[in-house]
Design a protein. Structure first.
Length: 72
């Protein structure tokens, strides 16, 4: 994979604050979509959030995790 090619999956994590929300919003603006619900935990001082995002698979492009099935 070329270094400039965007990752298909990202797990964004950090304190549950405006900066975290801005990072998730930026990923959505880049074409990522949310993958599952956010997760939250408490580290004893602050709430830490996590959100997985994925790039949708372009039509006709086989996924490396799923073999391409050619239609007859």
């Amino acid at each position: 994979m070329a270094e400039t090619e965007p990752l298909r999956y990202k797990l964004l994590t950090g304190p549950d604050d405006r900066s975290f929300c801005e990072r998730v919003s930026a990923a959505l603006a880049e074409g990522y979509v949310l993958h599952g619900p956010p997760t939250l935990t408490f580290d004893g001082e602050r709430v830490i959030a996590g959100q997985a995002v994925v790039l949708p698979e372009p039509p006709g492009r086989p996924s490396p995790n799923r073999p391409h099935i050619q239609e007859a």
